[in-house]
Design a protein around this ligand. Structure first.
Ligand code: PFF
Length: 457
């Protein structure tokens, strides 16, 4: 989008934001995070996190973006002075970091389109994933995925994304509903539904220390928060749009897609292994392996596989493009650089940063290695810190300004908007601080700096 035009239509903004939000986070991350963090217990905490933390944080990013009409770094600088531009910078860095492994997984999706066409994974879905998910082949497809992202951002043809999203979101919902109906007919799926849908609150209470950071991190990741993307998109929004209504639509649609993905993937896993095994061994491969299993059994599985992974690729691209766009729009506005070299150079840097994950991503079903580290650093550290910065800024420093901004385009009175901001500066911030504390503890345990606390199962 060129300099300071606003969205031609409100639908254009919502579509772009949904295109950014709906992606691998919904279809790949959400089911495997739910599978490995206690199933329904995770889902409950996740939904609460989306509603009570993610939604207010999205409004906070909208407020900053719309009221300044700037990219994230300049937006914080304009409203809060030089030192606050750090919050925007952290978002840009998080975007950069996340894109590096997002692209490796995007490469897997490309591989699965080809694999579906050839029926290559039908005989041994688990072995196939192990073989393609790391090594030179994974690296090559990471390069292809990044090249596609750089191409779109360099040409500045994101407008095409609007159209892609219009097709992609309904297509994903229809495909997931269809797959979901088929899964319901499978023997053994019932255990999966029970695990995914009926929460075991005792186990949750015992494991909340690791479930909470995972669920909140997932909420931020999937809603594209803490990475400047929503600040950037809202900077193109007019004053007559209602931020809460737009935010609600985006959050609702995005959540629906994730929940549906889980409803397909977890019951499929349950037809193959026990619920204990789902909890203990699900990792980055779980979704790819279970979907491959499904396409292997379904009539016309090759065509379905190509269509499904094709749509998933569109979803992944529209999200990845918004990540690189955050970086490139900042660089082009603040340096003399043109869009093309900026996209190329930063795209290359992202590619290089992603190399370790292309090599040690997921050699086993459980998927450990660089990918897990990159991911956990983003979930447990970068995203909560970045969102916390936005919340403190909006809730404490510019609360009057935010209250005013929130009422624009809505029927909300100042009092109601003020109450929202009050909740943001108190309850929401406390929740994020607690999450951050637990998340860091989790990282230190994983790094073996802290001893593993006794976990009740
Ligand atoms: N929300 C995207 C997903 O769930 O796949 C990932 C993402 C895109 C995060 C863009 C952040 C962002 F700025």
């Amino acid at each position: 989008m060129s300099e300071r035009e606003t969205w031609s239509t409100r639908a254009g903004f919502i579509l772009a934001a949904v295109g950014s939000a709906v992606g691998l986070g919904n279809i790949w991350q959400f089911p495997f995070q739910a599978a490995s963090n206690g199933g329904a217990a995770f889902v409950v905490v996740y939904l609460a996190a989306v509603l009570c933390i993610g939604f207010p944080a999205m409004l906070a990013e909208f407020v900053v973006g719309r009221s300044t009409e700037r990219n994230p770094i300049d937006a914080f600088r304009e409203l809060g002075g030089n030192s606050w531009s750090v919050v925007g910078a952290l978002g840009v860095f998080a975007a950069f970091w996340i894109l590096s492994f997002y692209s490796v997984v995007g490469g897997w999706v490309i591989r699965y389109i080809l694999g579906s066409a050839q029926g290559a994974y039908f005989a041994d879905p688990g072995g196939y994933f192990g073989a393609i998910s790391s090594g030179p082949g994974a690296l090559a497809l990471h390069a292809v995925f990044m090249a596609l992202v750089v191409g779109v951002v360099a040409l500045g043809v994101e407008d095409g994304i609007e159209m892609g999203t219009k097709l992609m979101v309904p297509a994903i919902v229809v495909l997931l509903l269809g797959l979901g109906a088929w899964v319901a007919t499978l023997d053994g799926a019932a255990a999966g539904y029970a695990y995914y849908l009926s929460p075991d609150l005792n186990t949750l209470a015992d494991n909340i220390g690791s479930v909470l950071p995972a669920a909140v991190g997932q909420a931020f990741f999937t809603l594209s928060l803490g990475m400047g993307a929503m600040v950037t998109y809202a900077s193109y929004l007019g004053d007559d749009d209602s931020l809460p209504v737009d935010g609600g639509l985006i959050v609702g649609l995005n959540t629906l897609v994730g929940l549906l993905a889980g409803l397909v993937v977890i019951p499929i896993l349950a037809t193959q292994v026990s619920v204990e095994a789902i909890r203990e061994t699900s990792g980055a491969g779980a979704v790819f392996i279970s979907l491959a299993e499904a396409f292997g059994q379904l009539p016309a599985g090759r065509v379905l596989g190509v269509v499904f992974f094709g749509v998933l690729l569109l979803a992944a691209l529209s999200s990845a493009i918004s990540l690189l766009e955050v970086v490139v729009s900042f660089v082009t506005r603040n340096t003399g650089w043109d869009r093309k070299p900026a996209a190329g150079v930063f795209g290359l840097a992202v590619f290089l940063l992603g190399i370790p994950t292309a090599f040690s991503a997921s050699l086993t079903y459980a998927g450990t290695g660089a990918l897990t580290w990159y991911n956990d650093l983003a979930y447990n550290l970068l995203l909560p810190i970045s969102v916390l910065g936005v919340l403190v800024f909006v809730g404490w420093l510019r609360d009057d300004h935010a209250t005013e901004e929130l009422t624009k385009g809505t029927a909300l009175g100042r009092d109601t908007a003020g109450t929202w901001i009050w909740a943001m500066r108190t309850v929401v911030i406390v929740a994020v601080v607690v999450t951050l504390f637990l998340g860091v503890q989790d990282l230190l345990v994983a790094a073996k700096v802290l001893a593993d606390p006794v976990v009740a199962v």
